[in-house]
Design a protein around this ligand. Sequence first.
Ligand code: ATP
Ligand code: MG
Length: 267
Amino acid sequence: MTGAAAMSDTPLPRTRAAPIFAVASGKGGVGKTWLSTMLSIAFGRAGQRALLVDCDLGLANVDVQLGVQPQADVHSVVRGFLELDAAVTPVMGGPGRNGGFDLIAGHSGSGALGAAKLEEVGRIASGLSRLAPHYDRIILDLAAGIDPTVLRFARAADRLVLVTTEEPTALTDAYAMVKLLRLQGAQVVPWVIVNMAENRVKGRKVFDQFALACNEYLGFKPKFAGAITRDPRVPDSIRAQTPLPVRHPQSQAYEDVIRIVETLNAN
Ligand SMILES: Nc1ncnc2c1ncn2[C@@H]1O[C@H](COP(=O)(O)OP(=O)(O)OP(=O)(O)O)[C@@H](O)[C@H]1O
Ligand SMILES: [Mg+2]
């Protein structure tokens, strides 16, 4: 189905715009893209219409992880060929209780957008605010690193979901990201997720250390969204280009995601 057709199925705008969640990390490879997809599915199953936007403008891979072939992508939006709403691709039947959602895919391959100008990011951000009334949750999958375009997307969001692993390098980069955002004047208090944890208890301990550093040196307390266990079913499902809860209806990692969505929805 084309993006335009997808939007024509969209119910009337809601009275309140969807909160925008930016999934960021600093360090690459900590699971942002996988987690963004799982959040979109879990929000859908919790009864919320979700829109996932691949904001990794240089090396998009949400569509690759899912095995979908979008007919339009965010590249067309940035280049001015399409409005953001026409770039929407429904995944798993589109938003619904079966875990489907809408996707605005990134643009892989050329790398041309890797150096997207800040005003282009601004154009996407303002397009998002026009789409927000049609959804309950908007999830932005950000690129790794802390360059100005990543920070601009993070500031466009209502909530920052900061992903780290137990590794010191991931923690340092997550800390650097939140420090930079606060230096830019954003009073952001991130929701932290410790991914690929040995178990949830250890993940919580890693968060406590991180929170201590933020409190001592930056003067704020981050919030704990939850820990996700390292689970071999995750790479297995990515290799199969099939969402984890579809390929493995029972998995520790997806159960952890459900708990996180419950926490995010309750706060
Ligand atoms: N809970 C988990 N258990 C096991 N493996 C995981 C888990 N989460 C993520 N992974 C693995 O980590 C790899 C990297 O994930 P992903 O591509 O989502 O990271 P990323 O942060 O988006 O990377 P990039 O910074 O390059 O965009 C995946 O291929 C996946 O196999
Ligand atoms: Mg990614």
